[in-house]
Design a protein around this ligand. Sequence first.
Ligand SMILES: CC(C)(COP(=O)(O)OP(=O)(O)OC[C@H]1O[C@@H](n2cnc3c(N)ncnc32)[C@H](O)[C@@H]1OP(=O)(O)O)[C@@H](O)C(=O)NCCC(=O)NCCS
Length: 209
Amino acid sequence: MRSLYVPRGREPQWSGATWCERLPSLSCASATLRELQTADAPMLLAHLASEEVSRYISPPPSSIEGFERFIHWAHRERVAGEYACFAVVPDGIDHAVGLFQVRSIEVGFATAEWGFVMGSAYWGSGLFVDAADAVLEFSFEAIGIQRLEARAAVINARGNGALRKLGAVQEAVLRRSFKRGGQFFDQTLWSILADDWRAHRALSVPHVH
Ligand SMILES: CC(C)(COP(=O)(O)OP(=O)(O)OC[C@H]1O[C@@H](n2cnc3c(N)ncnc32)[C@H](O)[C@@H]1OP(=O)(O)O)[C@@H](O)C(=O)NCCC(=O)NCCS
């Protein structure tokens, strides 16, 4: 099992102050994470709209036009400094197969919530952890988030397993906090603190003498 706290040993790929103007592209071991483009809509629909992928999350758009509207909304929210959404483009593929979203839930972005979804063809491939590691570094070091929360339906074993192996801490169960398809679900509240993330990362980066 890999953890969030992998050695980095490289320079940041972004300049912190400018992300609201345009998201940087982030490289990870097996993919590039980049700004959403309107042209991503058809393949995002193909990868993310299935029942298997979306059954425990807020329903994604159900049409190409719906995804286009979402992409335009994401750009506006990013310009407003409230939100960042990265498209995941695996190496060797020319289209997006997943999304990472980070949203401010406190003025100034000190506390944020993130969410992620990937096409099921890529589940278990290692792509998620590679991409998540890049998004976490960006969230803590570029945006300046101090506390990053995630909510996963308790029944969503894969989503909870993914957060656990990233090093997130399970804090609570939020009873009947998510409604999907007319049914209420309990959610697990997870968090990662910037200080913990940095401390673990420092321990795992080899020292050069
Ligand atoms: C969440 C998501 C992005 C994770 O990507 P992924 O490639 O499936 O994640 P990984 O395979 O790297 O990690 C999932 C972990 O959960 C574990 N897991 C899967 N099913 C499980 C189960 N029934 N019980 C316990 N753990 C389970 C996996 O074994 C894996 O851990 P491991 O690698 O240590 O074995 C992807 O599953 C997805 O898009 N799901 C649909 C959307 C979603 O649920 N988003 C999260 C909302 S919080």
